[in-house]
Design a binder for this molecule. Sequence first.
Ligand SMILES: CC(=O)CC(=O)SCCNC(=O)CCNC(=O)[C@H](O)C(C)(C)COP(=O)(O)OP(=O)(O)OC[C@H]1O[C@@H](n2cnc3c(N)ncnc32)[C@H](O)[C@@H]1OP(=O)(O)O
Ligand SMILES: NC(=O)C1=CN([C@@H]2O[C@H](COP(=O)(O)OP(=O)(O)OC[C@H]3O[C@@H](n4cnc5c(N)ncnc54)[C@H](OP(=O)(O)O)[C@@H]3O)[C@@H](O)[C@H]2O)C=CC1
Length: 284
Amino acid sequence: MSVNKIMVIGAGQMGSGIAQVCAAAGYTVLLNDLKQEFVDRGLGIINKNLSRQVSKEKMTAEQMEEVLSHLTPSTDLNDAKDVDLVIEAAVENMEIKSKIFSQLDSIAPAHAILASNTSSLPITEIAAVTNRPEKVIGMHFMNPVPVMKLVEIIRGLATTDEVYQTIEDITKKLNKVPVEVNDFPGFVSNRILMPMINEAIYTLYEGVATKEAIDEVMKLGMNHPMGPLTLADFIGLDTCLYIMETLHEGFGDTKYRPCPLLRKYVKAGWLGRKTGRGFYVYEL
Ligand SMILES: CC(=O)CC(=O)SCCNC(=O)CCNC(=O)[C@H](O)C(C)(C)COP(=O)(O)OP(=O)(O)OC[C@H]1O[C@@H](n2cnc3c(N)ncnc32)[C@H](O)[C@@H]1OP(=O)(O)O
Ligand SMILES: NC(=O)C1=CN([C@@H]2O[C@H](COP(=O)(O)OP(=O)(O)OC[C@H]3O[C@@H](n4cnc5c(N)ncnc54)[C@H](OP(=O)(O)O)[C@@H]3O)[C@@H](O)[C@H]2O)C=CC1
């Protein structure tokens, strides 16, 4: 199936990165969020990333303009009426995602594929709110999207081989590496990564070491590019909590219980880098 026009829903850190790489690969991209100010914030991130590449002479100013010309802001889901693919990257919340997919199902053309960048929620359940479950799939990018090579592709129960193949081909066109996985809570990436992050938070909570010491152990001892608490702040503590809750509920196993300190920080609005405070403090 040929895909030319893509709508990305959610102009946060993931949606803006996904829109950027799709535009850079030559697709026509609509970047959608609830309000114009959120779309502008996403376009601002893209501008900053591309300008950095221009200043490092990895891209010319003309190429940057070309990429930007492929991007159109949107605050109306009805703009999905003539797209070939939607990649949803709104917040990690089943109710919100279900509502978006059910609306999209009645707006997007019959041939359009509806993909979710969810980091843990069941694709099969998201697909079930639509009348086209065979065209619903998980397309899980990693943060920061312009840098990270992996896209975890998740087949829902009804996803067809043709839809899987189209998404795999697009992933390669985005210069990324597809890895196929089945639909279980957290898929592969977050089933393994998030319990490690949660355990690092328990290690802090139980006073085993300072946050700096915990991060240093994993950076220098295991060669991780970021310590787990820095990485949690980078991902967003709200997203980390949602993922742990999905694992906990999905498997019914207490080993996935979210650390109370993680809950406390999220309740306080300390969501990590994006709000200026998480385990560490950041300049906004
Ligand atoms: C939660 C989920 O569902 C799944 C997930 O995504 S889990 C999170 C997965 N991601 C990770 O684990 C990231 C771990 N961290 C890293 O790999 C690295 O620290 C990092 C790539 C983020 C930064 O790398 P670094 O070497 O420390 O920094 P730096 O030298 O400044 O950056 C390297 C390159 O990345 C780019 N970069 C860094 N941060 C960026 C960002 N937020 N957006 C875009 N580009 C970025 C830089 O511009 C630089 O590009 P060039 O090579 O073209 O010059
Ligand atoms: N952070 C990460 O490292 C990764 C996250 N993901 C997944 O990507 C998705 C987005 O995460 P992330 O970008 O970090 O989150 P952010 O909080 O940065 O961005 C989410 C964006 O979606 C917007 N939004 C919320 N509801 C709607 C809606 N109904 N319609 C359109 N836009 C909406 C939010 O607006 P508002 O500001 O008003 O809430 C916000 O702009 C989540 O599903 C997450 O699990 C996947 C891989 C990695």
